[in-house]
Write a protein that binds this ligand. Structure first.
Ligand SMILES: Nc1nc2c(ncn2[C@@H]2O[C@H](COP(=O)(O)OP(=O)(O)OP(=O)(O)O)[C@@H](O)[C@H]2O)c(=O)[nH]1
Ligand SMILES: [Mg+2]
Length: 347
């Protein structure tokens, strides 16, 4: 069985002081996969499978890939998750089933690679959404344009500039598993012992990148559909893998759509060009719609701001606002429900 040095898994002095302050009895480890309530945990002695203890309080944090945890054994000798250390960063989306809750995808990631293949059309709106998610997690986004060996030369030159306009200030890495272009840079970004995860559509080449960095075919990959380069949803769990040099990478299932959750600040970060311009609008609460003296609409007229980008910003801002309102409404009705029931009990 593989043994792990904890620092190869990302353990550091800051984590050690956090652990020292908590009361725990179990062994320390990092979650490498969660599947139907069972967690694979990497500990120094190797890999254990632990139950996410049903006896822990309902309110206890449910572990996700990337969490640091302690693991104890119950009377039957089964491994159980005892405690989840407070997360430094957390990648969350709006739960696709229950719209009014959040769903954590992974924890304690430093870098989020936004993976897009040269073999498919680029959609600015999708990248902006992934950027919001990454900034909201507290991680640094990096765009990775995969399959450069398949790109035509003008596409090879143009796409990084198109991406840079949508993601100002965000690093863009062009990569290929065939020529190994860009792989060094990805490794560098994960040094020393930093954790990266990936977001991207099925077939974008996420697992192929992981395999290329591991120099072995650990993750299953599958050819994309010929007609439109669509992937086949090959990866179905979030898997944390330790790279041979330094660094940790979490492979993820492809995602098409992603709902935003409580990400107002991150949205402002992604659309800082629009918000900087909005500072010159006459009205502080200008919606950049029909208000007089709107600096943003002026910028659209002069082609300093792309109209479609403004539309996408407004749509995402409205989505976040509506979600926030629904949460307020839900909390209000659950409070009034509680006091109503209380009244019944008194009678
Ligand atoms: N030519 C070329 N093909 C690549 C490259 N990277 C990935 N591919 C191919 O793209 C296809 C899909 O790659 P995967 O790694 O399975 O994609 P994925 O993003 O993990 O997909 P899901 O697990 O479904 O989300 C496979 O046939 C890979 O061989 C590359 O750099 N160059
Ligand atoms: Mg995959």
């Amino acid at each position: 069985m593989d043994r792990f040095e904890l620092f190869h898994l990302g353990w550091d002095d800051l984590w050690a002081s956090q652990l020292a302050e908590s009361s725990h009895a179990g062994r320390l480890g990092r979650i490498s996969r969660v599947e139907r309530g069972e967690c694979d945990v990497l500990i120094e002695m190797g890999r254990v499978r632990a139950q996410s203890d049903s006896q822990r309080a309902q309110s206890a944090v449910a572990p996700v890939t990337g969490d640091w945890v302690t693991v104890t054994e119950n009377d039957d000798g089964e491994s159980m998750i005892e405690m989840v250390l407070e997360r430094r960063t957390e990648l969350v989306r709006r739960d696709p089933g229950e719209r009014e809750t959040q769903q954590p995808l992974s924890a304690n990631v430093d870098v989020v690679f936004l993976v897009h293949g040269f073999d498919r059309p680029f959609r600015a709106g999708k990248l902006e959404r992934f950027l919001v998610l990454a900034w909201n997690a507290g991680a640094t986004p990096v765009v990775v344009l995969t399959k450069s060996d398949l790109a035509r030369s003008e596409q090879r030159n143009e796409l990084p500039a198109v991406v840079a306009a949508v993601a100002p200030g965000v690093e863009v890495v062009v990569s290929s598993i065939e020529s190994r272009e860009g792989l060094d840079r990805i490794e560098e970004l994960l040094t020393p012992h930093r954790t990266g995860t990936m977001l991207g559509e099925s077939g974008a080449g996420k697992s192929s990148l992981v395999n290329a960095l591991l120099n072995t075919e650990v993750q299953e990959t599958q050819e994309v559909r010929r007609s439109d380069a669509k992937g086949r949803h090959t990866t179905i769990t979030r898997d944390l893998l330790v790279l041979p040099g330094s660094g940790i990478l979490i492979d993820t299932p492809g995602i098409r759509a992603v709902g935003l959750w409580d990400a107002q600040d991150a949205l402002e970060n992604v659309f800082s060009d629009i918000l900087d311009t909005a500072a010159d609008c006459k009205f502080r609460d200008c919606a950049h719609d029909a208000e007089p003296a709107c600096a943003v609409r002026d910028a659209v007229e002069d082609d300093r701001i792309d109209f479609r980008r403004l539309e996408r910003f407004r749509a995402m801002a409205a989505e976040l606002h509506e979600s926030e309102q629904r949460v307020i409404e839900r909390d209000r009705s659950s409070r009034s429900g509680r006091s109503h029931n209380g009244g019944k009990r008194r009678r």
